[in-house]
Design a protein around this ligand. Structure first.
Ligand code: CTP
Length: 403
């Protein structure tokens, strides 16, 4: 993941049931290309051994403030870190950090560092609800720390379900990436992305749809969020998990997607139509299931609304509009025609017959055309890489509009 590659992340682990999940977090961060320095509190060592973290990060694990030869470890670590993340953060850590204590290596690092800090509290739901704990979390936020709300879910054995769970390591990694990215041209912008197919009902049990998985749109939404945007993802039924970060609005039909996009556009800065909405719907929807006895039915079809065209009047001034074109012939000529007809700034053209591009696979080979005749033919890339390229281009258009 681009913002994480080559960055130095200090992972502080404090002693709670969720400490074991910090091993997966350390591993994911290291796999994403970060250098991970793990600092374990004394209590954390009772839950997970240092050797486990050393094995997944390939780096020594630190512990005590005054360990042999480590007298200035807190200063060295604090200066080297691009990001400090504390996961899990116990109620005790929140209290000590909120009050400027420096009685162990981790709290000393917190005072010494100027890097962004992400705190991930995890504890029993009753403790998390206590005003003392909430006040400490709020105090940390007032110092500029990012505090990730605990997830709602099963707590420690026998403790039932409630808010207090450490969010999944993948979610913490996504937050780390967003913090590492710093300020970008998309920071604070509202980016609306569509993804996936739509479904047009035939009768109560059948529908017309297409092979779109939503992978490209989900990758764009995730990457825009990592760049600091507020992202609304309007999506049909997806074959991939929802990305972490964007606000998701689920729709079924092209009409519903049209209406959701129109509503989201009110304060949008960017629209990326990566969805493959169905272009036709049955002219009428049968009220009861079509039975197979007798003649096979003929289905008269009607056009669905074109979302880019139909919402054009609702675009705020200065909005950057991006479409996709999936073609089986005359790729660039058809894409250029759609760019003009749909009033777009950029269009991403891909060939449905190319085995490296299209629905349901991880890679894409695209040509990005712009409204001024510019043409950018990219090699075969993963959909994540295409998303990053496209966001670079969108950032360029935003920059051009400001300048
Ligand atoms: N699109 C849209 N509303 C539709 C269908 C498509 O806004 N009802 C958007 C797509 O999300 C994409 C762009 O329009 O960004 C081009 O989609 P594509 O399917 O390539 O073209 P169509 O306009 O559907 O034309 P055709 O199917 O004839 O190629």
């Amino acid at each position: 993941m681009r913002p994480v590659v080559g960055r130095r992340i200090l992972l502080g682990v404090t002693g709670g049931i969720a400490s074991y999940k910090a091993v997966s977090l350390a591993r994911l961060l290291a796999q994403a290309g970060a250098e991970v320095d793990v600092v374990l509190s004394r209590a954390a060592r009772e839950f997970v051994g240092a050797i486990t973290f050393e094995a997944v990060t390939g780096r020594p694990v630190l512990g005590g403030l005054l360990d042999e030869g480590q007298a200035l470890a807190h200063i060295r670590l604090a200066k080297a870190a691009d990001l400090v993340v504390i996961a899990p953060a116990t109620a005790d850590l929140l209290a000590r950090a909120a009050h400027g204590r420096a009685d162990d290596l981790l709290t000393a690092v917190l005072l010494a560092t100027r890097a962004p800090v992400l705190v991930c509290p995890a504890m029993n739901d009753g403790m998390w609800a206590h005003p003392q704990v909430r006040a400490n979390a709020e105090r940390l936020q007032s110092f500029g720390y990012a505090v990730l709300e605990p997830a709602i879910g099963p707590l420690a054995f026998g403790e039932g379900v409630g808010p207090g769970r450490l969010p999944e390591p993948e979610a913490i990694v996504a937050h780390c990436a967003r913090l590492l990215q710093g300020t970008t041209p998309l920071s604070g912008r509202h980016v609306v992305v569509t993804a996936g197919p739509t479904r047009e009902p035939v009768d109560p049990v059948r529908f017309l749809s297409n092979h779109s998985s939503g992978r490209m749109g989900a990758a764009i939404a995730a990457a825009a969020w990592r760049r600091g945007a507020r992202v609304t993802l309007v999506h049909g039924p997806l074959a991939v998990p929802l990305p972490i970060g964007p606000a998701a609005i689920a729709v079924e039909t092209t009409r519903e997607m049209h209406d959701a996009v129109a509503a989201a556009l009110a304060d949008a800065d960017v629209l990326v139509m990566a969805a493959a909405p169905a272009d036709f719907a049955p002219a009428t929807v049968a009220a009861s299931k079509l039975k197979k006895g007798g003649e096979a039915p003929l289905l008269p079809l009607a056009h669905t609304p074109d979302i880019l065209v139909g919402t054009r009047a609702a675009r705020p001034a200065g909005l950057v509009a991006v479409g996709f074109a999936l073609e089986t012939e005359a790729l660039e000529a058809n894409a250029a025609e759609k760019l003009a007809r749909k009033g777009l700034d950029l269009i991403v053209a891909n060939d449905a017959t190319d085995p490296d591009a299209g629905f349901g696979i991880d890679t894409n080979r695209v040509v990005i055309l712009d409204a001024h005749g510019g043409r950018d033919a990219l090699p075969v890339l993963t959909k994540d890489e295409v998303a990053e390229h496209l966001l670079d281009r969108i950032s360029g258009v935003i920059g051009g509009r400001q300048g």
